[in-house]
Design a protein around this ligand. Sequence first.
Ligand code: UD1
Length: 421
Amino acid sequence: MARYEIIGGNQLNGTVTISGAKNAAVAILPAALLVNGKCRVENVPDISDVRILLSILEDMGVVIQREPNGVVELDCTNIRNTNPNPELVCKMRASYYLMGALLSRFGKASVALPGGCSFASRPIDQHLKGFRALGAKVTETEEYVHLEPGENGLQGNRVSLDVVSVGATINIIMAACLLPGQTIIENAAKEPHIVDLANFLNTMGARISGAGTDTVKIRGVESLQGGNYAIIPDQIEAGTYLAAVAAAGGNVLVQNVIPKHMSCITTKLAEMGAKIINYDDAIRIQSDGKLHCTTVKTRPYPGFPTDMQAQICVCMVVAEGLSKLTESVYETRFFGYCSELERMGAHIEVIGKTANVTGRPKLRAADVVARDLRAGAALVIAGLTAEGVTRVSDIHYVERGYERLVEKMTALGANIRKVED
Ligand code: UD1
């Protein structure tokens, strides 16, 4: 068990470089299974979700070479085992992408149900609806999903999603890539990592158009060949550092970002009083830590991301006035961290999907528990602003998605260390 110990009160200054996007990496690495050859992927973040995924792929026979600078080479020519290790699969959420990739390349898949952060009920019915529409026979057991060709075989088709789902959109794109005919996904999600996954597959020879809009078309091809690809920067990691500077105060250049992906977040931080300057691939944020209240509603991209809900909540907690934070993607996401923030002195009243946050200038340090990835990141930000020593335990959640968090925060002047028990 490990924890972070944070002595709050320092402002953050300097430059931080954002890593490759977690949610793009965890889609692109399993998508390499579609490629009959070698893929060289750059900007792969060194986080625990990626390490688990690479172990799953290696166990299946993918030959993997990892360089220290975020480059991963995957050779998926000779897959010897199409049954991913269930113990590893259930350690993370995005392992569900193995279903779409294996179905497309090998016509069948048996994959354990995914694990990952459980801040809400996270069904995969839309993924399975998509596979069925493509002709798969889907058998669900308590622990597994089995996919095989149905009576009429596998082929492209029209799929209309009942809810806008990032995971289902990506999984159906992967599943359709190597099937005969055209697949059209309607009511698709538009997140930047969906576009990144489509760009990766197109670089390898796929024919996908419309990614980033609500209608994605995939014309099946016979096979994909290898190639090089660089993953986009992580929108949520960047947003987390921006929120940390806004709340703790300071002057930081957040580099290796795509400012357009960040505008839903920077607009709100500017509204709260932080000064934001956009460059081509960097954002400068300046804040004196004195923020004003605001109203935020999470929505699918290009709206304010649910994965930034907890971090913006900390900004609201230390801002002046009454803020309103409404969650519209996951109903129960507040419960992962609001009670922990209250132990640090925050005033948060959750009524249904909305948290009413009454700001107070200073939080006090406390021993708090990270219950999921973004909740943990929010508690780190809270610790940076609090008086005294905040101890955040269960940080394995945070390490799922933040590369070298302690090193990056320390370089900005934060007083944070990782303590192993
Ligand atoms: C992805 C992200 C996660 C983020 C979320 C929403 C990855 C690996 N994870 O998760 O960090 O919080 O998008 O931006 O990219 N739903 C269904 N049925 C389904 C699928 C989803 O009802 O089959 C519902 C979910 O319960 C949720 C909503 O749709 O209410 C959106 O979920 P979805 O976009 O699928 O999230 P994930 O892909 O799991």
